[in-house]
Design a protein around this ligand. Structure first.
Ligand SMILES: [Zn+2]
Length: 179
C-alpha cells in the first residue's frame, strides 16, 4: 500500500465518530479495529455489548432516523462460528426457487466481529444515503462483509462489486447462473 493510500485510509477512520458503551473497550481500540474501512458520512458508530444466553452471534443495526450504526459485541466474548448466507442460486426448473449458499465464518476476536458488522451495516448506509435505494439486500450486505472484513482497506469500488452480484440475482428467466 502506498503512503498516500495509508494516509487516506487513516484519515477515513479518524473521521468516524465512535462511541463505546462496551465496558473496558476504549474508543481508540475500536478505531484501530475499524481502520481502513470506508466512512459512514455523518453517521455515528456506537459499540454496545450483546448479552447472550447460549452462544455468541452477530448483531448490528443501521438507525437511519438517528444517523447511527450500532455494532454489538458478544459479551463475555469468546471465539465463535456463524453461518453467513452469501448468495441465492436459482434452482433449475420452473418458478422462483432458490438454493441458499451459506459459508461458515470463524470470528476469533472482537475486531473480527466489529469489522464484519461494520462492513454489513455500512453497505446498508451506502445503499440508502448515497444511492437512495432501499436499504434491504441482506445477502448483498453479508457477501460484501464476508469478502472484505479481513482486508486491510475497503473502498467504494468493493461495494459496487458486491452490488453487481445483487443485480445478477434479479435477472429474468433464461439467464443461466454459473454453477
Ligand atoms: Zn442487514
Amino acid at each position: 500500500m502506498a503512503a498516500f493510500d495509508r494516509a487516506a485510509a487513516r484519515a477515513h477512520t479518524l473521521a468516524i465518530s465512535i462511541r463505546s458503551d462496551l465496558p473496558g473497550f476504549k474508543v481508540a481500540v475500536a478505531r484501530r479495529a475499524l481502520a481502513g474501512l470506508p466512512s459512514p458520512g455523518d453517521y455515528r458508530v456506537v459499540i454496545k455489548p450483546l448479552r447472550y444466553r447460549t452462544r455468541p452471534s452477530l448483531s448490528g443495526l443501521c438507525e437511519f432516523d438517528l444517523g447511527r450504526i450500532i455494532l454489538r459485541v458478544p459479551e463475555p466474548f469468546r471465539p465463535f462460528d456463524e453461518l453467513v448466507y452469501v448468495n441465492a442460486r436459482r434452482k433449475r426448473g420452473a418458478g422462483m426457487r432458490f438454493a441458499w449458499v451459506a459459508e461458515k465464518v470463524h470470528f476469533r476476536t472482537r475486531r473480527d466481529v466489529l469489522r464484519f458488522l461494520y462492513c454489513h451495516e455500512w453497505l446498508h448506509w451506502y445503499l440508502r444515503e448515497v444511492q437512495s435505494r432501499r436499504s434491504g439486500a441482506e445477502t448483498a450486505c453479508d457477501r460484501f462483509a464476508l469478502r472484505n472484513f479481513r482486508r486491510r482497506r475497503v473502498t467504494i469500488e468493493d461495494a459496487l462489486e458486491a452490488l453487481q452480484g445483487t443485480r445478477m440475482q434479479l435477472l429474468p428467466d433464461g439467464f443461466r447462473l454459473a454453477a
